[in-house]
Design a protein around this ligand. Structure first.
Ligand code: GLY
Length: 407
C-alpha cells in the first residue's frame, strides 16, 4: 500500500491542529495530534523500507542531500544499533511479524560488539538500542546474556583514578583520558546490568561516572562541554573542549540533550538528588534558549543563526529526556512543564517541515551530525528516527495509562 494518501491526511490533521492553538497544554488534555496515527504511518513506512533493504548486512545511517535512500555503515559504526531499535519500536507499536523478523535480523550481528575489545563508549548506543529493546519487548534470554556481556565490555574502559569511563581511547593523544557528555547515555546499560544479574560494581562505575561528569563537564552557565580531559594518573580534571560544537564554551545542541536525558536516567537509577537538579538545570537552559519552532540550531551559539542548520535529532533526544524527567519530578507544575515541552518538540517534528513523508527513506529530516567536519549537515540521520520513535512510544504509553486511569 502506498503511504502517500495517509501521509497527506496526517499533514492536513497536523496543520489544522497546529494553527488552531499554539498554547501548550498537558498531553492529558490535548487532542492536538493523534500519536497513534503518526505511529501507524511511521511503522508502515519503516516496514516498506525494511522490506526493501532486508538483504543488507550493514546498517542505515544517513541520507545524503537530495538522495532518496539510506547510506549504510558497518556494524562497528556507533550508529549500528539505531536501525534495529527503530524496527523494535515499530514492531512494538504495530505487532507486525515482518517488523519483528527484521528487528531480529538486524539485531543479531551487533552481538560481535559485546564480545570485542572495547574501543569506545558507544557500545551502549549500539547494544542497548538493539538488544536492549529486543529483550524488553521479547524477553529473549539469549539477548540478556549479550547485554550483560556488553556491559562488562563497556566497563573495561573505566579508570578508577578518574572515576569515569574513557569515552574515546583513540583520542588519548589529543584529550588524554577523555569523558564526553554523550557517554552519559551509555550508563543505562551498566545500571540495567547491575540490576539484572551482572556485577554490582557496574552500578558503582555508572554512578561515579555521572558524578565526575556532573562536577567537571557541566558548566556554571548550565550548558556542557562536549569533552572533558583528565589526567589518567592523578585523575585531575584538566580542561573542557568541544569536538562537534561551534566552540569550547558554546552550547552544542545534541550534547546538551545527551546531558538532559543522561542525568535524568542517572537520577532514576540512583535517587541522587544532584543528578535530578542537573537534569532540570540543563533542561531549563535548553528550553529558554530555543528558537520559535522549538527545534534547535545545531549549536545555540553559531553566530550565523538564523542562517544555520537545525538539528532535529537533538529535539528528539530532548523530548525523550524530558518525558523521562517529567516522570521523576514530584511537583505537578514541573511535570506539566517538561511534558508540554517534549510534546511540542514531537508535534513539530511531526509536521511537514520535519517529517520526511515521501521525500526519502528516513522519518525525520534536518539533523546535523558533525558540523565542524562538514559531515552530515541538514540531512536525515538514523538516531533522529530512533529517538523520535522512542518519544512517540513514550507518549502513546502515557496516553494509554491516562485513559485507563479515567475508566
Ligand atoms: N555521539 C555522537 C553524536 O552525538 O554525534
Amino acid at each position: 500500500m502506498s503511504i502517500a494518501k495517509p501521509f497527506l491526511l496526517l499533514v492536513i490533521v497536523l496543520l489544522v491542529s497546529c494553527n488552531s492553538n499554539k498554547k501548550q497544554v498537558p498531553v492529558s488534555e490535548t487532542q492536538k495530534f493523534d500519536v497513534k496515527t503518526v505511529l501507524d504511518l511511521n511503522a508502515l513506512k519503516v516496514k516498506e523500507v525494511a522490506t526493501s533493504i532486508s538483504t543488507k548486512d550493514s546498517f542505515p545511517r544517513n541520507v545524503k542531500k537530495g538522495a532518496k535512500d539510506w547510506d549504510f555503515v558497518d556494524v562497528k559504526d556507533w550508529c549500528s544499533g539505531f536501525w534495529p531499535g527503530v524496527l523494535w519500536y515499530s514492531y512494538e507499536h504495530s505487532g507486525d511479524k515482518i517488523l519483528k523478523d527484521e528487528a531480529e535480523k538486524f539485531t543479531l550481528p551487533i552481538k560481535s560488539i559485546a564480545y570485542t575489545k572495547a574501543d569506545n563508549h558507544d557500545i551502549g548506543f549500539m547494544v542497548y538500542c538493539s538488544y536492549g529493546n529486543g529483550y524488553r519487548i521479547t524477553g529473549n534470554e539469549e539477548y540478556k546474556k549479550i547485554l550483560l556481556a556488553a556491559a562488562d565490555t563497556l566497563a573495561t574502559l573505566y579508570n578508577p583514578k578518574v572515576g569515569s569511563i574513557l569515552s574515546w581511547p583513540s583520542q588519548m593523544h589529543k584529550f588524554k583520558h577523555n569523558t564526553i557528555i554523550d557517554n552519559m547515555m551509555n550508563l543505562e546499560l551498566l545500571f540495567w546490568a547491575a540490576k539484572n544479574g551482572g556485577d554490582k560494581e557496574l552500578y558503582t562505575i555508572a554512578k561515579s561516572h555521572a558524578e565526575v561528569t556532573m562536577k567537571n563537564i557541566v558548566r556554571k552557565d548550565s550548558a556542557v562541554y562536549h569533552v572533558g580531559s583528565f589526567d589518567e594518573v592523578t585523575g585531575d580534571f584538566l580542561a573542557g573542549y568541544t569536538h562537534q560544537g561551534y566552540a569550547k564554551e558554546s552550547m552544542w545542541a545534541r550534547g546538551q540533550t545527551w546531558g538532559i536525558y543522561g542525568f535524568s536516567i542517572a537520577y532514576r537509577e540512583t535517587g541522587e538528588k544532584a543528578f535530578l537538579d542537573t537534569a532540570i538545570k540543563l533542561s531549563d537552559h535548553y528550553i529558554n534558549r530555543l528558537p520559535e519552532d522549538k527545534i534547535p540550531y545545531w549549536d545555540f551559539d553559531d553566530p550565523k543563526i538564523p542562517n544555520a542548520p537545525k538539528d532535529a535529532s537533538a529535539a528528539a533526544v530532548a523530548a525523550c529526556g524530558m518525558l523521562e524527567l517529567s516522570k521523576l519530578v514530584k511537583d505537578e507544575k514541573l511535570k506539566e512543564k517538561y511534558t508540554n515541552a517534549a510534546y511540542s518538540y514531537i508535534e513539530e517534528l511531526s509536521t511537514e517541515t520535519y517529517l520526511s513523508g515521501n521525500t526519502n527513506q528516513a522519518l525525520v529530516l534536518h539533523s546535523t551530525g558533525h558540523f565542524p567536519k562538514n559531515s552530515e549537515i541538514d540531512v536525515p540521520i538514523i538516531y533522529a528516527d530512533y529517538y523520535y520513535m522512542e518519544a512517540l512510544m513514550r507518549i502513546k504509553k502515557e496516553e494509554e495509562l491516562l485513559s485507563l486511569s479515567k475508566k
